[in-house]
Structures are given as C-alpha cells and as structure tokens.
Ligand binder design. Structure first.
Ligand code: F6R
Ligand code: ZN
Length: 191
C-alpha cells in the first residue's frame, strides 16, 4: 500500500521535552531571539522604543523550535516566550504575521503568564482573546495574529500550525493592527 502522498516527506517519529516553568524547549534545533531593536515600527511610541534600545536592547521574545519539513501534512510547533515589559505605555508584543498560506490556522495553548492574542483580517476585522495558563486560543485561517504580554512574568505558549503555513510579516508591517494594548494606571486598556 502506498500511503505516502508525494508532497509530504516521510520522517521517523520523535519526541522533545520542555521545561514548562522556564518556557523553554530542551535541545531545540532553532532558538530565535527578537530584541527591542527588531521591533522598529511596531509600537506607537517610537521614542520610547529608541530609549529602550539605547538602554541595553532587551530581549522581547524567544521562539524555540525543532523544525519538521515545511510541507502540507506535517505540523510545525514551537514554544513562544514573550518577556514582560512596556514600550512607553504599550505592553511588549510580538511582531505578528499572517500565514503565507493564508488559509491555515493555528492553535496557541497558554502555559504561563497572562496576555492577549490580537487578531485581524486583511479586510480590517479585529478581535482579541485572553491568554491565561490552560487556555487555548484558536486562530482561524485568514487571521493575522500577535501575542501581547499584559503581565509581569513571561507569557509562555505552545503553538501548533500546518507545516506549509509560512510567515508573512510584510503585510502586517504595512497594515499594522487596528487595536493595541496599553497599561494605564495599572490596568490593561485595549484601544
Ligand atoms: C507561528 C506562530 C508563532 C510565532 C511566534 C513569534 O505561526 O504564530 O510561533 O511565530 O509567537 O511571533 P512572530 O512570528 O509574529 O514574530
Ligand atoms: Zn502564526
């Protein structure tokens, strides 16, 4: 029986371990680190970001992966660790992206911390869902997505998405998100 579809590479099963307290994957094949300096153009307060870069360019977030083939049929997965902090009044967040194959969704399971998943469509719809440990956010196909840490500890989530999804950062950079999350008098305000 030929059960292997031509576009999906056959690989051996494997397993990986996580440290769920630290929010890290043990022995990842890839460890992406994005610092304040990688976030230019994403926050409302450009001067506050420049000051943060000058004051040591802190890490914003880290993504740990052990990649699988970027193909239909495989499932990509990662641990995303978004550090706490503010740029001016705006909570630390990821750049955000659409998937290049825009008809692919994603599952985010929050493991630690608190935050929001901000989502938008190319035609301007915008929604957000709350992250807290044990809460899953379903990002449907067609929705660009960005995580936001609204707490004082790292926001750690486990993500799963189709192997052929890809990342489209360019359109989000051009469009931005219609809503942002700020910290005002100790409370989170989305506007
Ligand atoms: C993958 C995905 C996450 C993010 C990660 C970093 O499709 O959504 O793994 O890639 O949270 O965020 P970005 O990619 O927006 O810098
Ligand atoms: Zn994604």
């Amino acid at each position: 029986m030929n059960f292997i579809k031509p576009a999906t590479t056959f690989i051996q099963p494997f397993a990986v371990s996580f440290n769920l307290v630290e929010g890290i994957m043990l022995n990842p094949k890839s460890h992406l680190v994005r610092r304040a300096g990688d976030m230019k153009g994403h926050y409302r307060d450009h001067e506050a970001l420049a000051a943060l870069i000058a004051a040591g360019n802190p890490t914003h977030y880290e993504v740990f992966e052990t990649p699988v083939p970027h193909e239909y049929g495989h499932l990509m997965y990662c641990i995303s660790k978004l550090h706490p902090g503010l740029v001016g009044e705006e909570w630390f967040m990821t750049k955000g992206h659409y998937h290049t194959a825009i008809n692919t969704g994603e599952i985010y399971l929050a493991l630690r911390g608190e935050g929001l998943m901000m989502m938008k469509t190319p035609d301007g719809q915008c929604r957000h869902e709350r992250f807290e440990p044990g809460r899953m956010v379903y990002v449907p196909p067609y929705w660009g997505h960005r995580s936001i840490n609204t707490g004082r500890e790292p926001l750690i989530s486990f993500c799963v998405y189709p192997g052929d999804a890809g990342h489209n950062y360019g359109d989000i950079e051009k469009e931005g998100f219609p809503r942002r999350a700020f910290c005002r008098n100790g409370a989170t305000v989305v506007e």
